[in-house]
Design a protein around this ligand. Sequence first.
Ligand code: V47
Ligand code: SF4
Length: 385
Amino acid sequence: MNKGNIEVVLAAETNPTLAAIGKKIIQNERITFDDGVYLFEHANLPFVGALANWKRESLHGDATYFNKNFHIEPTNVCVFSCKFCSYSKLYAHKEEGWELTIDQMLNIVKSYDGKPVTEVHIVGGVHPKLTLDFFLELMRAIKAHRPELHIKAFTPVELDYMFRKAKVSVEEGMRLAHEAGLDSLPGGGAEIFHPEIRTVICNDKATAEEWLHIHKTAHQLGMHSNATLLYGHIEKAWHRIDHMERLRQLQDETKGFNTFIPLKFRNKDNDMHDVPESTLLNDLKMYAISRLYLDNFPHIKAYWPMLGRQTAQLTLSYGVNDIDGTIDDTTKIYSMAGSEEQTPAMTTQELVRLIQQAKRKPIERGTLYNVIQDYSNYEFALDEA
Ligand code: V47
Ligand code: SF4
């Protein structure tokens, strides 16, 4: 959408507050906390959608990134008891729990030998027996086997627990992890930062301050990271904005975040099964407003295994410029929580088509957004994956 078109959208807006917020956005002025809440509460989807799409296109044109990665979940046992999590129940059903050895995880890495993956994403429950030393050894083993494979691993919830057990400071623990091969941090464990919600949905794990401190320390060591927000349950609009405000402030300071990923709450098989899931309209609004509020985040990502492919495809017109990876083992945390994505994989061909159908340019990236291959004019042969 060009500037002329967006000006037509603003001129047609009859609510003067919304028109003023829209004007700030197209003049690249930062919107305030109150503006953000106002957008959630008063703007309609076409209004925020047009602005978010304009912003996305000014930053990235039609470029839509994906990467080729695979996941390792070291364990599904967790000492914490987040109400929205379908894992935590397994703690009570020990017979359904698993924990992988270093050799087993290394064998998963080896099963990708010769395949063009660039990243391994390691994340799981918080097992009381899996220590910092165990994970340092795992990362050293992965790097010894495949040094160029980017390790994106561990949420601050896992790291905080490991560091406490090892009796090391966050600074020391992060330095050790980085030296052992940790390249960047994924965005998980953030949920909703504000204590009014956090104490209800995940009372016993790392606090907002601890989460932010670990990411800040990673950034100070030169690492990049992502951030998430678990939306669509019991939080209000202002809790979402409070969450994004804290991220925006840290990003002003460190510039270490790459990507923001709104995660849609799914309600199957967890202690919040009576909380209805958000509607498609509200999903799209969430993505659009995050693009507008987080003006210092380069990328907004839709995580298709959780959102579903069709919704993820739609978000590409509502501010999103990244659609995660060709994951061939859809993570269990989502299939267990009720995501409709039960099929195990999306091939490169399917992902590229999904992006092309939305009239965007598919670009395979590395974790840090280095371009690996531009698929804009790519037409697959019928039997090519
Ligand atoms: O923090 C748990 C979420 C997160 C549910 O950085 C749920 O590239 C919805 O953060 N409904 C972990 N969400 C996963 C994560 C992630 C995923 C993909 C890419 C990246 C990245 C990060 O999963 C947890 C929590 O917010 N989660 N249960 C549920 N019922
Ligand atoms: Fe454990 Fe993470 Fe589930 Fe919370 S969300 S119970 S920390 S696996």
